[in-house]
Design a protein around this ligand. Structure first.
Ligand SMILES: [Zn+2]
Length: 155
């Protein structure tokens, strides 16, 4: 499942990438071009707005009801639109949405803090922005988020 998130949903877009979902963040204001790119790439539209209505059978629009960014991911899980193990976790750049590539360990030396370099065995790099990721880099944050999502009873 691939998504396109509207400009109200930047945080959600990042969190979906963390879970491995291919998610475009659309910063523009033109609803028509958002719908066009969703159609062109077969993406599900995520929006807070009420102005989107499906016009064609292929249009898939999910209206996010929750206005707190910290609760929007949980909303998607609770509505069974996503599940936690559908896509490989931590496989995408959070900024660029592209798949990370493994790099030889030596290439990370000097580009990550020394203590990280000595602690970690495997490094990944974003082919687009060259940012380097490792096991702990977004995992700790995400583990906490996932625990929050699963641990807390529904309000
Ligand atoms: Zn990147």
């Amino acid at each position: 499942m691939k998504f396109i998130a509207d400009r109200m949903l930047g945080k959600l877009a990042k969190e979906l990438r963390m879970l491995g979902y291919d998610t475009v963040y659309y910063r523009g204001e033109n609803a028509y071009s958002l719908i066009e790119s969703a159609r062109g790439e077969g993406r599900v539209i995520l929006t807070r707005s009420t102005q989107f209505t499906p016009e064609r059978s292929e249009d898939r629009i999910v209206r996010i009801m929750e206005d707190k960014p910290s609760l929007q991911l949980r909303e998607l899980i609770q509505r069974k639109i996503i599940s936690l193990h559908e896509e490989p976790l931590f496989s995408r750049c959070l900024l660029c949405n592209v798949l990370l590539a493994e790099i030889p360990r030596e290439e990370a030396e000097g580009k990550v803090p020394d203590f990280i370099f000595y602690q970690q065995k495997d490094f990944l790099r974003c082919p687009q922005c060259s940012r380097i990721y490792w096991q702990g880099s977004h995992q700790d944050h995400m583990k906490k988020r996932i625990e929050e999502l699963l641990g807390k009873p529904t309000a």
